[in-house]
Design a protein around this ligand. Sequence first.
Ligand code: HMG
Length: 392
Amino acid sequence: QTTSPAVGIDDIAFATGANRIDLAELAGRFGVEPAKYYVGLGQSEMSVPAADEDIVTMAAAAAAPIIERHGSDRLRTVLFATESGIDQSKSAGVYVHRLLGLPQAVRVVELKQACYSATAALQFAAALVARNPEETVLVIASDVARYELHSNAEPTQGAGAVAMLVAADPAILELETATGVYTQDVMDFWRPNHSATAIVDGKLSISAYQDAIEGAWADYRSRGGADFSEVDHFCYHQPFTKMAIKAHRHLAKSLGSERTQEELDAQIEPTTGYNRRIGNSYTASVYLALLALLDGDDDLTGRRIAFLSYGSGAVAECFSGIVRPGYRSALRSDANRAQLDARTVVDDARYLQLLEDAASADVHDSDRPRETSAPFRFAGVVGDRRQYEPTS
Ligand code: HMG
């Protein structure tokens, strides 16, 4: 069931950090086989931001081509989802609003619930557009995933931003109305105010993720959502891509699906290409799964995609959408792939230095070195005020 008029994703774009590290570098330091990460976690690389990049610069870079294409005349709302916020009060979206030259008659707010909040943003955006189909909403998900160095979680870091324009009569994906939600207070992953890195109970987080997905799916079905067999593709939150495969097998088993393991894995594989090379981008991850699927070779016109969004702590949501005819003309597939290849390869020593530089940014007034070739940069902190500027 869909709304009338159709509401959904009219445009989607992403940005990531300027650097990448091959996980074989980390395997060397940890003294494990690279296969543990390549195969066991399903991850080959992690994005690492330059010293003058952060969630704001990535978010603005992701959203810029969307504003360039559609203008901002109909834009009324910017919803910025993140769990690696740079301020306890001010929305990171307000900096993006200035960098993109958006009109003042636009509301901007930040949303937080671990990796889940971009999905809440998308649902809120759809409701705003359904209320007034003349308006559009810009949803931005941007995160830098950081765990304690030398911990088992370190190889599951990453960085990235996805921006989506939500509109009536969307060019890419029409959202169906049924959604399923699930909330349970669980301490699987959190980041206290005093800590720059997340605290995680890795094994608990995996079972909490699977329980929450199962609960959200059951709620989705009970509210008129499609049957498992009626879904062509599944986009899961991907803290590491193997997690999506595990969760999909788990969900299928709990539902008594007759699909073979090979068939189930084949449903997930086309959604993993970007996350495998970017790492965990928290709020952006499930939408990077969508982007990888859309940018793939298959013609998805008319196909149903189910989304399984999870945020530790924990909230999950399941919803679905139908791919619109002509969707490919709204994509930037070549540029997306080129963006991943264009990142600078760094070794372990340089990566550790970049992490140290990023950590110092919040405590010292500083002039950030000019490193990024992205359209916007983080220039430093002056008198506790973060400075952002275009690079050209
Ligand atoms: P670990 O303990 O180092 O890894 O940390 P492991 O020993 O469990 O091994 C991982 C996999 O590699 C296993 O596969 C091994 O068998 C395999 P499995 O049995 O589970 O299928 N393996 C190998 N495979 C091939 N060749 C080899 C080899 N060696 C081992 N030589 C862990 C793994 C994920 C726990 C850790 O990285 C971690 O804590 N990460 C962070 C937490 C996380 O990502 N949790 C996911 C669910 S929670 C979530 O998604 C939310 C989150 O995104 C945050 C949010 O919502 O805000 C995290």
